[in-house]
Unconditional design. Structure first.
Length: 180
């Protein structure tokens, strides 16, 4: 496979699915690490950690026409074009689990205006949901978790979407992902 995604036969990588069953564990991990490095080089993610969080932040920056916060910022991830500070939370779930509660990572500070909850499909990284909530709503609905020193929101996608103050941003995030 060449860098442009076209193999020696002339087919594109997007039309083929690799059969990974015969790959060794070390080969799979090396390929995964290589994919992460390439995503960093392309500016889609910022770290070599699992890509969901960084990808969600990139999609948020594009969807809100905003700028990413420095990696050391604890309260917010994106400054939107209109000045709002946005906290991004993401999860990867099986697409068949849309009705089950999703546990998002802990909030340790409330120095943001809105939070966007992005849920990706584990099978494809398709955006299943991107739901925006005002900070005060998140704060009221999140439960305190003393042992982690913060608050956590655990809720299904349907419940998030049904909240009166929720704004469904799924189409914008899906379009941003397609445009990458």
């Amino acid at each position: 496979m060449t860098r442009d995604g076209i193999d020696e036969v002339g087919t594109t990588a997007t039309t083929e699915v690799l059969d990974l069953r015969d790959w060794s564990v070390s080969a799979l991990l090396a390929a995964y690490a290589g994919i992460l490095r390439e995503l960093v080089q392309r500016g889609l993610i910022r770290t070599l950690n699992a890509p969901a969080g960084d990808l969600a932040e990139t999609l948020a920056a594009k969807s809100y026409d905003g700028a990413l916060a420095p990696n050391s910022e604890k309260s917010w991830d994106i400054r939107a074009f209109d000045g709002r500070l946005i906290q991004v939370k993401s999860r990867v779930i099986a697409s068949t689990s849309r009705t089950k509660p999703v546990q998002f990572s802990v909030f340790r500070s409330w120095g943001f205006d809105v939070a966007i909850f992005v849920v990706f499909a584990a099978e494809t990284y398709e955006v299943l949901a991107a739901i925006e909530l005002p900070m005060q709503s998140v704060r009221e609905k999140a439960g305190d978790v003393a042992w982690v020193g913060g608050s956590r929101l655990t809720v299904s996608i349907a419940v998030l979407q049904a909240l009166p103050e929720a704004v469904d941003r799924t189409p914008e995030f899906a379009a941003a992902l397609t445009a990458l």
